[in-house]
Design a protein around this ligand. Structure first.
Ligand code: GDP
Length: 296
């Protein structure tokens, strides 16, 4: 599970503080040095860490930490609140167009989890009494269309596919028409990925974007890739105006830095977290719950 290392280290810092009746400014500084190291070790972006620590210090000094009988608790509260803010503060909900269908475009590098996340999201919407339609827009990865169709059958969500001989832009355009005609209120477009961000891929994604004007552009990023996930998010955001991020593979032994940096660095909210390969392993991302989980 993600964050294990970070949680253990933070708990150590806080238990030292808790053991003290009163804390001195030096105790707080020492604790902050340790929190800083713990965050860096968890692969949180260094600029993000710097700002985070300075905010926590500022609040700690401004609060009654020094005079408090439970200074440890006061500091934990401050860290908890700042961690929550760092990850976006409140839950960022999925868009809902008042002119259905709500169009969701999935983007991301190959292997990040786009296709599986498309199905997980469709399942979630289905449970909420929606009528999603998935679109097989990845015509380059040999098994991608079939993979989406198999997932669609499994969760009983229709899949719009035109094979691999029609351009993804045209597939997306026709899928949108199809959704309108068939009363699908959500359209989830799976798109192609590459191993690295490249121009050709971006160009195609931009064309799909221009054709269907999505209400959501969700970037699927693999949390296991750490800072690289944040870099990928930055470059996609610069080109595509993302509306949200889905962090996948948070069940792995990722150090968690991506979850803690991506919102601060890109300004894009994390909307969902994926914690496993199973179809119901997708959850709306709740910053406050994630902060509590990190603090253990
Ligand atoms: P795509 O190339 O972006 O469409 O990626 P896929 O959806 O095919 O996913 C790539 C691999 O990652 C598959 O084996 C998925 O089962 C796996 N995967 C996706 N999300 C998660 C997750 O949250 N946890 C784990 N453990 N595996 C995941």
């Amino acid at each position: 599970m993600a964050f294990e290392g970070l949680t253990t280290r933070l708990q150590n810092v806080f238990s030292k503080l808790r053991g003290k009746g009163k804390v001195s400014e030096e105790d707080v500084n020492e604790a902050m040095r340790e929190v800083r190291l713990a965050l860096l070790e968890a692969d949180v972006n260094f600029k993000v860490v710097k700002e985070f620590i300075s905010k926590v210090k500022e609040k700690a000094v401004g609060s009654e930490v020094m005079g408090s009988f439970t200074p440890g608790m006061v500091i934990i509260d401050i860290v908890n609140k700042e961690l929550t803010d760092l990850m976006g503060g409140t839950q960022a909900k999925l868009a809902r167009s008042n002119k259905p269908p709500t169009v969701i475009m999935m983007a991301g590098l190959q292997g990040a989890g786009k296709t599986t996340t498309s199905a997980k999201l469709a399942k979630m919407l289905l449970k909420g009494n929606h009528r999603p339609l998935m679109v097989a827009g990845d015509i380059y990865r040999p098994a991608a269309i079939k993979q989406l169709q198999v997932l669609g059958e499994q969760i009983k969500v229709p899949v719009f596919a035109l094979g691999d001989g029609v351009s993804p832009v045209e597939i997306a355009r026709q899928a949108l028409e199809h959704a309108k005609e068939n009363g699908n209120d959500y359209l989830i477009i799976d798109t192609a990925g590459r191993l690295h961000v490249d121009e050709e891929l971006m160009e195609e994604l931009k064309q799909i974007h221009a054709t269907v004007t999505p209400d959501e552009v969700l970037l699927v990023v693999d949390a296991m890739t750490g800072q690289d996930a944040v870099n990928v998010a930055e470059s996609f955001h610069a080109q595509l105006a993302l509306t949200g991020v889905v962090l996948t593979k948070l069940d792995g032994d990722t150090r968690g830095g991506a979850a803690l940096s991506v919102k601060a660095v890109t300004g894009c909210p994390i909307k969902f977290a994926s914690l496993g390969e199973k179809i119901d392993a997708l959850e709306p991302f709740h910053p406050e719950r994630m902060a509590s989980r990190i603090l253990g």
